[in-house]
Design a protein around this ligand. Structure first.
Ligand code: MG
Length: 261
């Protein structure tokens, strides 16, 4: 190859490369740069205003749907056969799992929600491991946040109190003593599926247990199965469900409300 040919090739390559190089798109031109604000008002936004939510004496937000206020189970049905829920209502404004009558679920279906729910394990304590005050709060009928009396009661950590059952170990164990009231505050974003039924976006869940962050925007892998791997069958909005574990539970619930997001 002669020197001229080599030089020619070099020129072609150089020109070709130059043609493919972006101009100065990445660096904004001087006239495109927004002027640096010089007053505090220039960076203030006044509209639209966020909606106003007031909080009542029971700390329930005004835009919440109250699912249980201590008086009746009107918002709930048996998960087994859709008959009226028949868990026990107590004089203190709570309800207790009616052992072996089955799970109860809301009549309403929900997608993305903020959920507040309080629960209490019974005293004196009975049994141990997964059999001590086992219940659960299911989002969309499929995704269980474990309820369990774990005080001086070890079990597998991905099934302990505050776990996303068999999927996510809680970041902390923040239980109050047995017999006292716990609170779960949950932010749940539902999974999304395409027209073919394939999951395009995982559900995410954040849980505070008595104000302590125990699940931090966890991406659910699918349903929380007792036996087997998580499943991802397409679904839409679905009920919130409370678990009757099928043995002695004694778990009570109160102050349940939800805000649709
Ligand atoms: Mg459970």
């Amino acid at each position: 190859m002669t020197k001229t040919v080599l030089l020619g090739l070099l020129l072609i390559i150089t020109v070709g490369c130059k043609k493919q190089m972006p101009k100065t798109d990445i660096v904004p031109q001087k006239e495109e740069v927004a002027q640096e604000p010089t007053t505090p008002e220039a960076t203030e936004i006044w509209e639209p205003k966020p909606k106003v939510v007031s909080i009542d004496s029971n700390k329930v937000p005004s835009d919440a749907i109250v699912l249980f206020n201590g008086k009746n189970l009107d918002e709930w049905i048996s998960a087994k056969d859709s008959t009226p829920a028949n868990w026990t209502i107590n004089k203190d404004g709570s309800m207790t799992v009616n052992d072996k009558t089955g799970d109860i679920q809301t009549k309403r279906n929900f997608g993305d929600v903020q959920l507040h729910i309080e629960w209490r394990s019974p005293v004196p304590v009975k049994e141990s491991g997964q059999h001590r005050a086992n219940s659960g709060v299911y989002l969309q009928n499929r995704y269980e946040i474990q309820v369990l009396d774990n005080n001086d009661n070890d079990t597998y950590v991905n099934g302990q109190v505050g776990s996303l059952y068999k999927q996510a170990i809680p970041l902390a164990k923040a239980s109050v003593p047995s017999g006292e009231w716990n609170a779960y505050d949950v932010i749940f974003h539902a999974p999304e599926f395409d027209a073919q039924g394939l999951k395009t976006k995982s559900a995410t869940i954040t849980v505070l247990h008595n104000g302590v962050l125990i699940q931090d925007h966890f991406e659910l892998l699918g349903t929380t199965e007792y036996i087997g791997w998580p499943k991802n069958t397409a679904h839409g909005p679905a009920p919130i469900k409370l678990q009757d574990h099928g043995d002695f539970s004694g778990v009570s619930y109160r102050n349940i409300w939800v805000r649709e997001l």
